[in-house]
Ligand binder design. Structure first.
Ligand SMILES: [Zn+2]
Length: 59
């Protein structure tokens, strides 16, 4: 995951599993942090899928 601000590789802050109660799907959720400019980003990847991570939040 590249930082949207400085374009450098962000470090993984936290990894856990999220669950969508509507679809019953489970996701590998990863939270990234760039210490340099205090930027956060989150990806949620369906466990059964190899699709490209979908960035759901970044600021
Ligand atoms: Zn950054």
């Amino acid at each position: 995951m590249k930082c949207p601000v400085c374009q450098q590789e962000m470090s993984v802050w936290k990894v856990d599993t999220s669950h969508n109660s509507k679809t019953g799907k489970q996701y590998d959720r990863m939270l990234y942090h760039c210490a340099q400019d205090d930027t956060w980003a989150k990806t949620e990847i369906p466990k059964s899928s190899k699709t490209i991570p979908n960035v759901v939040a970044a600021q």
